[in-house]
Write a protein that binds this ligand. Sequence first.
Ligand SMILES: [Zn+2]
Length: 285
Amino acid sequence: MALVTLKEVLKKAVPEKYAVGSFNAADHSVAEAILEVSENLGLPVILGVAEAHFRYVHLESFVPFLRKRIEGLRTPVVLHLDHGLSLDSIRRGLDVGFSSVMIDASSLPYEENASLTRQVVELAQKYGASVEAELGHVAGGEGDLTDGTEPDPNVYTDPEQASSFVEDTGVHALAVAIGTVHGPYKGTPHLDLDLLAEIRSKVEIPLVLHGGSGLSKDDFQNAIAKGINKINFFTECSLEAVQAARAVLATGTPMSYPDLIATTKSRVREVVAKQIQIFGTRPLK
Ligand SMILES: [Zn+2]
């Protein structure tokens, strides 16, 4: 029984001040890479599938496959729907077997965000699943690899609002906007750690940092010290896998497709293992 909810996997992370990595997969090989690292290190992980990536898989088969795979592991793993955008897609995700869902209504006004999040919390309860929501807005698209994005301080998370949001919705984890972006950064990232500390002082549930790729080891460790408990890390896995493929193809050595996949998968394993160590993830028991 290795499948757990987000609430379970993060229960010690707040008092013990560490983070659990959330890594997205849009195919079997990346999912395997993430799960193998978790098993090899004996540490929990959050395996995400983003709604934006649903088009790459047959969701009704892919998620049950992952669920079965996770149930055979010794380490606790969360099967998480990342950035669900509507009640319908959340319901679809819960029906196919995610143990945790994120509703991202962060571009809506506070009341609408809170109302939709509350509905998702009520729905997820029926499935025994956890819910993450976002308040303030983390800009940028994970698929957008062009120029990079700059964060907008006008949409950073307001600590007072965060406190009432958690109370109003009953959500289990909260993604905050404190200077990160999805996809590549334009310039050097600067996290507003004072703001994070203020949010942490007003909110007891686990806090989530999206847009982890591009941050330094110090950035992560400072953010974790100030209260981050879940870190979403995708773009660098994707870029590194492509880089590994380019490098091996450039040699011109004859190679089978399974060998090419093994090469990219091996690079993803390295990136994930490195990040889990940086996040200071601890065993659940
Ligand atoms: Zn995100």
